[in-house]
Structures are given as structure tokens and as C-alpha cells.
Design a protein around this ligand. Structure first.
Ligand code: SF4
Ligand code: SF4
Length: 333
């Protein structure tokens, strides 16, 4: 008989085995600026994570020993229940990071006070999104204040920048002129949300879809409606790879679904090639070049195409297990 309820220790063991150590929580999808490529454009408003939802997720992260939580948005600093977050993270000794557009860093004093308060309430690190599109709304000076204050307060800072073929990085010179060490990560922009209106030539598509694997970013992602996804790639919400909802499913169900999903199992262990071969059989044309594995993932398992692959994935996994070709302990990732 299939077991459908697990002890906390079993869940901890299973998440660790699957290499899941982090949780990303979208506090709200509301934002006060409107970057033209934003993945929330056209996605429909879900609003804010409820106080109950917040409590469920923070309790879970504590019980299951997640190594870290990241708060995202929208603009997560607009979340109305920050008082509640601060209370829970202090009481439960939970550390967290957050990602922001930095609109609030209007001058040195305001920036210092906000960051000092967050640090006193367990903030471990902060990420600021900045690129040509954020720059249309947020001045470089805001970032310079954040760089200065995080340096003084010893808060690790990362700048994340989304790039397209015509990206202009001149703003970077301005940030570098004060001489601080900076950690900047560049990501290619995806054709989702507002960027669906961009011309195809703007996307950095250099890779063949063959031999791609799921990068699996080891993070369970919860959107502000309580839906849970197996990663926090911006592409994932375009797929049908949702693994549950905190208001409808227990955490046991969510972990069980994650372990038993045959598509996730295949793309993480054997890559996308089995599905590309199947595309050739059923005559579904896939793109010649992609940004990375996440783009081919969002094509294959989109709302339109998912149903073509799920039965195939189940059958493939069963056959390979029966023929002892794939060693699948408990059919987990
Ligand atoms: S700051 Fe982030 S959430 Fe807000 S519009 Fe820009 S990309 Fe979207
Ligand atoms: S390939 Fe799919 S499941 Fe894997 S990280 Fe990318 S979007 Fe997520």
C-alpha cells in the first residue's frame, strides 16, 4: 500500500537526498515599478501571501531545517505583514535573504536605518535587481547608497542583472566609481511576461536544446497564492510542473509529488534528450537554439504541451526500472 504521510524526519531525509536546502517565498507579486521585461506582466494579480500562509511556510522551514529562506516579489518590501515576519524570525531564530529593486534607498540615512533594522531582525544577505530596465525607474544613486550601507553594516550584497543582446552596461561604471568590491551576477532574459513582446533577436540563444539537463536550483519556490514549484527559475511558472499548494496539500504531499514526478526525474538525471526524441516521433517541432535548459523545459512542459509528455514520461520510467536500466531507489530524484 502506498504511504502518503511521512514523519518530519522522513521529510527532512527525503529533501536532503534530493538536494533541496532552500525555500524561496514570493511575498507579493505587486510592484511599484514596471520593468518592461518583468515576468509578472500579464500574469494576473494574485496579490499578497496571507498571514496564515506566511506562518505555515516559516514553521515548515524551521521544522525541516532549511538552510535558508529568500523573500522575493514583486517588490517584497511592499508586503504588508513585515511586522509578522520580524516577530516569527526573531522568535524562531530564522535567517533570511531578500531581493528588492532598491526604490526605498532614497538617501544615506533612510537606507542605513532600513538596513540596520532588517539586520537586527535576522537579515543574512540582500540582492538588488538592476539592469537597463530597472534603471528606467531606480537611480544608480539608490544602489550606491545600498552598496555603502551594506558595506558599513557588513551585510553581504549581490546585484542581479538580466541581460539581452542589446544590453548596455554603462551604469556599471557609475557603481564601480566608489571603489567597493561588488558581486554582480548576470542572467539571460527569458521570453516570458512583458518580454514576450520583445523581438526574438533580443534573446541570447546560443545553446542547442540537445544534451541540456535541468539545472535544478535546489530551491522550493512558493508563489504568493501558495502554489509550490520545484525550482525558482522564472520559466517554471510557464510550465505545468507545479507540485502542490500549501492551502490544499500537506507538506508530505508536496514532497511526495516532488519525488514521484517522472518528468522531473528524467530531466534531472537523463536530461531533455528523451523528450526531444519523442518530439521527433510525434512531429512536434522544438527550437534549434535555446537560452538554456529552462527555456526548453518551459516549451516542452507548457500548458499546451505537457499532456503530450506526462504519459510518455511515466511509461519510460516504468520500462527502464523493469529492465533494470535505471536504478531508481523509491523512484525519487
Ligand atoms: S522590480 Fe522586479 S517585480 Fe518589479 S517590475 Fe521590475 S522585474 Fe518586475
Ligand atoms: S529546467 Fe525546468 S525544472 Fe529545471 S530549473 Fe529549469 S525550469 Fe526548473
Amino acid at each position: 500500500m502506498e504511504k502518503n504521510s511521512f514523519s518530519i524526519n522522513e521529510l527532512k531525509r527525503d529533501l536532503k537526498k534530493m538536494d533541496y536546502h532552500y525555500m524561496a517565498i514570493e511575498l507579493t507579486d505587486v510592484c511599484n515599478i514596471g520593468c518592461r521585461f518583468c515576468c509578472n506582466v500579464g500574469g494576473g494579480k494574485r496579490g499578497v501571501l496571507s498571514e496564515d500562509g506566511l506562518q505555515i511556510l516559516l514553521n515548515m522551514s524551521k521544522k525541516l531545517d532549511f538552510k535558508g529562506i529568500g523573500f522575493t516579489g514583486g517588490e517584497c518590501t511592499l508586503y504588508p505583514y513585515w511586522g509578522k515576519i520580524k516577530q516569527i524570525v526573531r522568535e524562531e531564530k530564522i535567517g533570511y535573504s531578500l531581493i528588492t529593486n532598491g526604490y526605498w534607498a532614497k538617501d544615506f540615512l533612510a537606507t542605513y536605518e532600513i538596513l540596520e533594522d532588517l539586520k537586527n531582525n535576522n537579515l543574512n544577505s540582500i540582492t538588488v535587481s538592476y539592469d537597463d530596465y530597472h534603471r528606467e525607474y531606480v537611480k544608480e544613486q539608490n544602489l550606491k547608497e545600498i552598496i555603502k550601507c551594506t558595506h558599513l553594516l557588513n551585510i553581504p550584497l549581490e546585484i542581479q542583472s538580466v541581460t539581452f543582446t542589446d544590453s548596455n552596461l554603462r551604469w556599471l561604471n557609475k557603481l564601480l566609481e566608489d571603489g567597493y568590491d561588488l558581486r554582480i551576477t548576470f542572467f539571460p532574459g527569458y521570453k516570458i511576461g512583458g518580454a514576450q513582446r520583445f523581438d526574438d533577436s533580443k534573446f541570447i540563444r546560443k545553446q542547442s536544446p540537445n544534451s541540456q539537463f535541468c539545472g535544478k536550483n535546489k530551491t522550493l519556490f512558493f508563489d504568493c497564492a501558495g502554489n509550490c514549484y520545484p525550482c525558482c527559475s522564472p520559466s517554471i511558472e510557464k510550465t505545468e510542473l507545479k507540485i502542490g499548494n500549501i492551502y490544499k496539500n500537506s507538506f508530505s504531499d508536496i514532497v511526495n509529488t516532488l519525488q514521484k514526478n517522472p518528468i522531473l526525474y528524467i530531466i534531472r538525471n537523463y536530461g531533455f534528450d528523451p523528450f526531444l526524441k519523442y518530439c521527433n516521433i510525434i512531429g512536434l517541432k522544438y527550437p534549434d537554439k535555446v537560452i538554456n535548459g529552462c527555456e526548453i523545459c518551459s516549451f516542452l512542459f507548457s500548458k499546451e504541451n505537457y499532456f503530450r509528455f506526462i504519459q510518455y514520461a511515466k511509461k519510460t520510467v516504468e520500462e527502464q526500472i523493469n529492465e533494470n536500466k535505471w536504478i531508481i531507489e523509491g523512484f525519487d530524484c
